[in-house]
Design a protein around this ligand. Structure first.
Ligand code: AMP
Ligand code: MG
Length: 336
């Protein structure tokens, strides 16, 4: 079996499995670094000027959204909103409003496990730095007190963070939205067969070749060169949150970037949460939220939602599957 090059392994939890029986000559593929990750667009179409242009536009769309939502860019709308914390309202564009509104719904449905006001805590952990360290407990505790999505106020097209010191960070949902928006651009430009993989947030439409569905491979959380599961996906989205995507080891303990809003510390219990849904924004938010909720409550939430499936891997190595995933004919699972 041939596997596509694993250049994005360190940051990508999902890889596309090439089938063992078909040449892949019709696949058009390009990779670009956007939103802090390698974004790969693959088209199951002929390589023409038209398909290349559709790809250009899809990448442009993702860059446009990064410019609106990144906290690394001081002029982004989110940075401007954060600068106004505890003060007045900030006028936001439609895309940012859609993401914030959806994030607040997931905040509510996950009982606060998913919380985009996690900004002050994310800033302390500095996972994107070269040498991140464990923040002093008292400072972390203080920062966690500012985290509460209920203090995000929306008035039509304006948003206000009602307490000083608050800050939004859309890292757990914006990539998913960007994948959906880029897929919409591809469709509007005549593309019918495509996969977009943004470092583990992935969407597909159509097929990879005639009568050959897209195959999704989930990376093993502890053996990056191996897959833990694979399945076919005709149309839909998959997102994985894992403790192996951004982390450091200190005193033999793993500190990763999925944080419990209650205490600001890395959430414990799961090592990965994969969610399959109809759109990538929801898959992205849910994967993070379910990771923080843990196996029992997380799976309960997934089973209560229509059209959502999950694969959860516990710290013990135990793997939990939602009911419909267990009966999916193409689903293959390896032992941990
Ligand atoms: P993901 O890889 O989608 O799970 O997103 C993780 C990123 O989202 C982190 O790097 C943080 O910036 C942010 N984040 C961490 N914990 C949470 C949380 N509990 N709710 C929302 N965003 C979070
Ligand atoms: Mg997420």
């Amino acid at each position: 079996m041939k596997i596509t090059p694993l250049i994005s392994l360190a940051i990508s939890a999902l890889i596309l499995l090439a089938s063992c029986d078909s040449p892949e000559s019709n696949l058009v593929r390009r990779t670009q670094f956007i939103m802090g990750t390698l974004v790969e667009i693959t088209l199951g179409e002929d390589d023409t000027a038209k398909t290349q242009q559709a790809m250009d536009l899809a990448f442009d769309e993702m860059s446009r959204l990064e410019n609106l939502m990144s906290t690394h860019l001081p002029d982004s709308e989110i940075s401007k909103l954060n600068q106004q914390a505890g003060k007045g309202y900030t006028l936001l564009s439609q895309d940012v409003l859609i993401v914030i509104k959806r994030a607040l719904i997931w905040g509510h449905k996950t009982s606060g496990a998913f919380d985009i006001s996690i900004g002050p805590v994310v800033k302390l952990w500095r996972f994107t730095d070269e040498n991140p360290t464990v923040p002093p407990p008292a400072i972390l505790q203080q920062a966690a007190k500012s985290v509460n999505y209920k203090n995000v106020q929306i008035d039509d097209v304006m948003v206000r963070l009602s307490k000083p010191g608050m800050a939004l960070h859309l890292g757990a949902i914006a990539k998913g939205y960007a994948v959906d928006s880029a897929m919409a651009v591809l469709k509007n430009n005549g593309i019918q067969n495509a996969m977009i993989n943004a470092g583990g947030d992935l969407a597909v439409i159509g097929n990879r070749a005639l009568n050959k569905p897209w195959k999704i491979g989930l990376q093993h959380p502890r053996k990056p060169e191996q897959l833990i599961a694979s399945f076919n996906l005709a149309e839909g989205s998959v997102a994985t949150s894992g403790d192996y995507q951004r982390y450091f080891i200190h005193d033999k303990k793993r500190y990763h970037h999925i944080l419990n809003p209650d205490d600001g510390k890395p959430a414990r219990g799961l090592i990965s949460a994969t969610v399959i849904t109809v759109n990538t924004m929801d898959a992205d938010a849910l994967a993070t939220g379910v990771f923080v909720m843990g196996a029992e409550k997380g799976m309960q939430l997934i089973e209560s939602l229509t059209g959502a499936e999950a694969l959860l891997i516990l710290e013990s190595g135990e793997i939990l599957l939602s009911k419909n995933l267990q009966s999916e004919p193409s689903f293959k699972l390896k032992k941990f």
